[in-house]
Design a protein around this ligand. Structure first.
Ligand SMILES: CC(=O)CC(=O)SCCNC(=O)CCNC(=O)[C@H](O)C(C)(C)COP(=O)(O)OP(=O)(O)OC[C@H]1O[C@@H](n2cnc3c(N)ncnc32)[C@H](O)[C@@H]1OP(=O)(O)O
Length: 281
């Protein structure tokens, strides 16, 4: 049985650790910021308590899964892992520093993957002494629920690494697609410009409720594009759109100014209590 490690205990990192544990793997969730680890643990406990109340999980199952996740603030705890999954904020300088530290802490032969939603895998790989063992695996929010994992090979990724990572993604219950190493990969290249266009509609005077109802009822989307902006975070959405704009240098990917203003104001969606809609925190 492979041992796994997840670096970063934010919404994505915590959810990826949960996904791995639910699939029966031992996983250590490492974050140097202890409160992030406590929050990640509390999120899973709250979610499982709701499932128990709904009758879709038992207390025994909850304890069994939680027992497979260890939380740590020490990068040395990456040592045991066969596969390390990085899920820290979408800033290349942060990612490169984390890759350098993970490379130092990891055992020989371990594979390091990034959950980036669009940054260059080859650039992160170049920060390590094992670029052949680096790859991208892009999960979707909420990671335990969304079925897809996008697989991205860097320039130096070997076929052996690719096959091991593919096998891992399938073992934790994901369906996989191969993506080019281009900004946004597949899903975000299509989904995020649609969400950005929805923000332009609001700027032009449409009500957010109308935009969302239109896409829910007229296109059968589970959530409207602006509800989805709030769900994934306006900051994440803006960073992804900016990544497409900078990556392709094409004005068709220009981020909507409303999103920039919302981020400056701290209106980040559900997590901050205010986005296109208001939430009780
Ligand atoms: C920016 C990027 O880089 C890429 C991205 O992630 S883009 C975002 C991609 N995600 C999407 O598009 C999500 C679209 N929305 C949906 O698919 C659905 O609305 C949804 C799955 C989120 C919720 O579904 P729903 O049926 O309305 O809600 P609900 O009945 O509460 O939840 C369904 C199940 O999901 C689970 N779930 C819901 N939210 C969850 C979360 N945040 N974490 C873990 N599990 C969650 C629930 O526990 C529930 O499981 P059980 O049936 O076993 O109890």
């Amino acid at each position: 049985m492979r041992k796994l490690a997840v670096i970063g205990a934010g919404l994505m990192g915590g959810g990826i650790a949960q996904t791995c544990a639910q699939a029966g793997f031992e996983v250590v969730n490492v974050d140097t910021f202890e409160p992030a680890l406590s929050k990640a643990k509390a999120n899973i406990e709250n979610l499982y308590s709701k499932k128990i109340a709904k009758g879709t999980m038992t207390e025994e199952q909850k304890q069994e899964i939680l027992g497979r996740i260890r939380y740590s603030t020490d990068m040395k705890d990456l040592r045991e892992a066969d596969i390390i999954i990085e899920a820290v904020p979408e800033k290349m300088e942060i990612k490169k520093e984390i890759f350098r530290m993970a490379d130092e802490a990891a055992k020989e032969g371990a594979i390091i993957v990034s959950n980036t939603s669009g940054l260059s895998i080859s650039e992160m790989a170049a920060a390590t002494k094992r670029p052949d063992k680096v790859m991208g695996v892009h999960f979707f929010y909420p990671a335990p629920v969304m079925k897809l994992a996008e697989l991205i090979r860097g320039i130096a990724t070997t076929e052996e690494t690719y096959q091991k990572v593919r096998e891992f993604a399938i073992a934790i219950g994901k369906e996989v697609v191969d993506c080019p190493e281009l900004p946004g990969f597949i899903v975000n290249r299509i989904l995020v410009p649609m969400m950005n266009e929805a923000a332009f509609l609001v700027m032009e005077g449409c009500k957010a409720e109308d935009v969302d109802a239109a896409m829910r009822l007229g296109a059968n989307h589970p959530m409207g594009p602006l509800e989805l902006c709030d769900f994934v975070g306006i900051d994440v959405m803006l960073a992804t759109m900016t990544g497409l704009y900078n990556g392709f240098k094409d004005s068709k990917y220009r981020p909507c100014p409303i999103l920039e203003n919302m981020v400056k104001a701290g209106h980040l969606g559900r997590k901050s209590g205010k986005g296109f809609y208001s939430y009780n925190k």
